[in-house]
Design a binder for this molecule. Structure first.
Ligand code: TRP
Ligand code: SF4
Length: 332
């Protein structure tokens, strides 16, 4: 099966990205033909004012992917803005996408509201409204069968399928594959303060954090408020640290935590130390791998990936242009 998915280069990746997206990608690449790309044009849609160094952020993102286990020998890694066919298809798809579909998009409405409440960021742009159109181009250029996404992206996949059907109908052809969604199997991990994991809340553990930095964050993380003293029994279901244990610890440790917490035989600091070690089992090898990746290597991976992507995308665009501009008229 062919899999296509992208990530916006807006900064360092955290454990939420790892569990929710990357881990899934890493599993998928074992048995599928995968294309993973940096959605740098999409990053502009909400951050065009932020003076982001997108070139640098894109490279750092690819580094995070490879450090985490995306294998460039198995998967194709490329940069969206390096493949101009995405923009070419986007132009054409924009011509046939009814505004109503975009204005009704719940992700659009939510984000518009959220960002405006947060402090006047003006994202009432054409680019933001048509975000799902560009995303559709990203996906159907490569005939993706499956697209791994988070819950919030479901409406975008629905729009993508609708655009495909409309294109086929209007231009009397069947040149695209209707993409299906692949929802991430892992539940979302909250930040260490119980809010959504986010850079702006300073509640996330980054894939590049040192062990010491992780401990500083874990040490002060909220626990079950019933456990004021070590002798107070607690309920791990009411504690965020336990969510992290469930995500990163082995069965034995999870059991030990559950019993020790309920019977008040372990302290929260002890419990958090075990949690730190479990997270380290995942992050330490990533840090080590990351240290071996130099810029030249990353550039080579991207160049190779770009070439493979370009090859497929340009063939597809040829078909698109034939369908759109050389309509076989039944009259002549
Ligand atoms: N919109 C996605 C997100 O914010 C990123 C993205 C862009 C994407 N193009 C895509 C994901 C194509 C899957 C397929 O997470
Ligand atoms: Fe949370 Fe562990 Fe403390 Fe229980 S012992 S409240 S699970 S940190």
């Amino acid at each position: 099966m062919r899999i296509v998915s992208g990530m916006r280069p807006t900064g360092k990746l955290h454990l939420g990205h790892y569990l929710g997206v990357l881990k899934n990608w890493i599993d998928l690449q074992k048995e599928n033909e995968c294309f993973f790309f940096v959605a740098d044009w999409h990053a502009l849609s909400t951050s065009y004012e932020d003076k982001l160094n997108l070139k640098n952020l894109s490279k750092e993102l690819v580094k995070d992917w490879i450090a985490a286990g995306i294998d460039p020998d198995k998967s194709t890694i490329f940069i969206q803005s390096n493949i101009k066919e995405h923009s070419e298809l986007y132009v054409i798809l924009n011509m046939i996408t009814p505004l109503g579909w975009l204005e009704r998009n719940p992700t659009y409405k939510d984000q518009l509201q959220q960002l405006q409440e947060k402090g006047g960021k003006d994202i009432r742009t054409g680019g933001f409204l048509t975000y799902p159109v560009l995303q559709t181009a990203d996906i159907i250029l490569y005939d993706a069968n499956k697209v791994p996404i988070g819950e919030d992206q479901r409406p975008h996949l629905e729009i993508a399928r609708e655009i495909v059907r409309r294109f086929h109908h209007l231009f009397d052809c069947e040149i695209f594959t209707e993409p299906q969604e692949l929802l991430s199997p892992t539940p979302r991990l909250l930040g260490l303060d119980g809010r959504k994991m986010s850079k702006s809340y300073n509640n996330a553990i980054y894939l590049t954090d040192t062990k010491d930095e992780i401990w500083q964050k874990l040490r002060v993380a909220k626990t079950d408020p019933q456990r004021v003293r070590k002798t107070d029994p607690g309920d791990p279901q009411k504690c965020l640290v336990f969510d992290y244990h469930k995500a990163f610890s082995d069965e034995e440790t999870i059991k030990k935590v559950e019993e020790g917490c309920k019977n008040a035989t372990i302290g929260c600091i002890e419990c958090k130390k075990w949690c730190l070690e479990s997270i380290e089992k995942v992050l330490e090898p990533m840090r080590e791998k990351r240290a071996t990746l130099n810029d030249e290597y990353i550039d080579n991976i991207i160049n190779e990936g770009n070439q493979k992507a370009k090859d497929i995308a340009s063939k597809k665009m040829q078909k698109v242009n034939e369908a759109v501009f050389e309509i076989k008229c039944s009259i002549d």
